[in-house]
Design a protein around this ligand. Structure first.
Ligand SMILES: [Zn+2]
Ligand SMILES: [Zn+2]
Length: 144
């Protein structure tokens, strides 16, 4: 990932490396604030701005995917084709094998009068088992 970024002309700083290390191993599709909190454990001086700009650079370089959610943009280091189950209560994003979903219609790389296509994903919306069993985050917090 860092090699591709360098050849893309992005200056590699120790802070950027820490951010890239964090998103590369993330399995939970974190948003920028979650990444910020995790990297700050090692790099307390890290600014929010640096995280946001690094994430944008990684997306522009095609190294990670952006998942636009109502409340925040989440990021995904897994560039292999797959889909997402999104819990509408807790916002959890779970990877779904591309094979689980029937084949997508082929989408042209450019849609006339609309724009260029960067990725085609299926967002499967629902309620995860934890939420449907009533274990919401709030209840968990109240019990502990
Ligand atoms: Zn849930
Ligand atoms: Zn994913």
């Amino acid at each position: 990932m860092t090699q591709a970024l360098k050849s893309g002309g992005l200056r590699m700083t120790p802070q950027r490396l820490e951010i890239i290390r964090e998103i590369a191993k993330a399995k939970d599709h974190p948003d920028a604030d979650v990444i910020l909190a995790r990297v700050r454990e090692r790099v307390p001086m890290l600014s929010r701005d640096t995280v946001y700009r690094t994430m944008d650079a990684l997306v522009d370089a095609g190294l990670i995917n952006k998942i636009l959610m109502p409340r925040a943009t989440r990021f995904d280091p897994d560039r292999l084709p797959h889909h997402h189950f999104i819990c509408e209560r807790c916002g959890k994003i779970v990877d779904i094998d591309a094979d689980t979903v029937s084949p997508l219609p082929s989408v042209p790389r450019m849609l006339d009068g609309i724009g260029d296509v960067r990725a085609v994903h299926v967002h499967i919306q629902g309620v995860c088992h934890r939420c449907s069993e009533g274990h919401t985050q709030d209840q968990k917090r109240a019990r502990s």
